[in-house]
Design a protein around this ligand. Structure first.
Ligand code: BES
Ligand code: MN
Ligand code: MN
Length: 463
């Protein structure tokens, strides 16, 4: 039996205990965006730090201006081969509402079976508590069997990923030395499908902006004032409509600065992927791609920037009808960014674009939400080969180098502040209902995710 085989056997033998720990972890209501759950976030962080200490990783839940950051380093500091790695995940979760759409209590994890597939039910089971524990449990098995990990490992698990990470920058800057490793291993993404592993080499960044337009000093009768009085809903609608042209391109000046076209190799690889664009849209009741013309659905989703309106508020929205001209109208806007697009420059250009369209007697205010640059990894990045082979060994299928339309803000900051690239490996599935009611993580994702990390750690240690 090789060293790795005995670790895999240990993982299998103790899987029930690994599952119990995930159930406990899901039990903390660590909703980061809602101050009512501040204490639950703290408890989740402390529980995790305690688990890490239990397996010989010196960890602490560090207080921040927001929720605690769990940071730990292997207590075994002996010389080891391979890169020094920093593992990253998040212990915070999205709110559960609408809670009445859940089949059961979101924070009481349980196993259920659907179409012959066993699944772990609960908020955070997939995003990202289950994924975090895949790594922790792999380390546990290694330590139990061999007394040591094959490479040097540090861990950072944050509690603000789902709420745009206000503490992130100060924390990264403060602990720059301690966190700068050769490579980050990030577990917060999906597989290609239920039996095909993937490493995400392209991830979009984010720039989130709220805009509030105020016209008259109070709500007005739309007959008594309509015509001469500026209507902020009309102004806002016009501003938003101006942001895209007929080809789905964003018209804000400078928006595409830093966007890179796919290299011919990447494009060829993506064009060859077994991607079902029609099925992707059909599953949500759509059939006509609405992104930039001239790009495939997969490219629109993973390699092109977007500007989306996530919410519009203004005027009377209650039952029945009210003839009113509102005083205020507002919108929540988020841009997904790629390549070297600069979030701050885009924020400034967007604000100027909006200001220029608001009449002189009206007021516009901006509320800045988070931002983070995108991240992409060259297909030649050496650890990729080892990671891809290790995943292939576990899942029996070639690993796909994929893109991901969502954002993990820290990944761009790791590169910018710490100069560190991220290898993003995750075992979640597109149908895990992350951020939605009835979130789940397949039992197999959890079990084979743990086994996969054991293999990746072993592979990285090899010359
Ligand atoms: N794990 C997700 C990112 C993700 C989404 C990966 C879909 C793979 C598939 C992450 O927790 C997330 O939800 N990110 C937010 C960040 C935002 C709240 C700052 C996002 O992408 O909207
Ligand atoms: Mn996540
Ligand atoms: Mn999420």
């Amino acid at each position: 039996m090789t060293k790795l085989d005995s670790v895999l056997a240990q993982i299998d033998a103790n899987f029930d205990d690994s599952l119990k720990r995930l159930f406990t972890f899901v039990g903390f209501k660590s909703v980061s965006t809602d101050p009512a759950y501040k204490d639950e976030c703290k408890k989740a962080a402390e529980w995790l730090a305690n688990e890490l200490n239990g397996i010989g990783i010196d960890a602490k839940a560090h207080e921040t201006i927001g929720h605690p950051m769990v940071m730990g380093h292997d207590s075994d500091t002996s010389e080891k081969p391979g890169p020094n790695v920093l593992f990253y995940g998040h212990y915070d979760v999205q709110p559960v509402d609408p809670v009445e759409l859940w089949d059961d209590d979101p924070f009481t994890a349980k196993i259920f079976e659907k179409d012959g597939v066993k699944m772990i039910f609960g908020r955070g089971s997939s995003d990202d508590k289950g994924q975090v524990l895949t790594f922790v449990e792999a380390c546990r098995a290694y330590k139990e069997v061999h007394g040591a990990l094959p490479i040097n490992v540090s861990i950072l698990v944050e509690g603000e990923e789902e709420s745009a990470s206000p503490s992130l920058l100060p924390f990264l800057n403060k602990h720059k030395e301690e966190l700068s490793k050769d490579l980050a291993l990030v577990c917060d993404t999906t597989m290609w499908d239920a039996d095909t592993p993937a490493i995400t080499t392209m991830l979009r960044g984010l720039m989130a902006q709220e805009v509030v337009i105020t016209a008259a000093n109070r709500d007005l009768h739309s007959g008594a004032y309509g015509g001469p009085a500026a209507n902020p809903v009309r102004i806002l609608a016009k501003v938003l409509a101006d942001i895209h042209d007929d080809n789905g391109r964003v018209t804000i000046p400078g928006f595409y600065d830093g966007v890179e076209e796919l290299t011919p190799e990447m494009k060829a690889q993506w064009d060859a992927l077994p991607y079902d664009a029609e099925g992707f849209l059909a599953e949500v009741g759509l059939s006509i791609p609405a992104g930039e013309t001239g790009y495939s659905v997969y490219e629109q989703l993973n390699a092109r920037p977007t500007c989306e309106f996530n919410g519009i508020i203004g005027g009377y929205t209650g039952e029945g009808f009210k003839t009113v001209i509102a005083s205020k109208a507002s919108a929540k806007i988020s841009c997904r960014l790629v390549g070297k697009q600069d979030p701050e420059a885009i924020r400034a250009n967007m604000q100027a674009f909006i200001r220029a369209r608001v009449p002189a007697d009206c007021m516009v205010e901006f509320i800045d939400h988070g931002d983070a640059p995108g991240h992409s990894l060259s297909p030649d990045f050496p650890p990729l080969k080892k990671g891809a082979q290790a995943l292939k060994d576990e899942w029996g299928k070639e690993t796909i180098l994929s893109g991901m339309g969502g954002s993990i803000p820290i990944v761009g900051e790791f590169k910018e502040i710490l100069g560190m690239d991220s290898m993003m490996i995750g075992y979640a599935l597109e149908n895990d209902n992350i951020h939605s009611p009835n979130e789940k993580y397949n039992l197999e994702s959890y079990h084979r995710g743990i086994r996969s990390w054991a293999r990746v750690l072993a592979a990285l240690a090899e010359e």
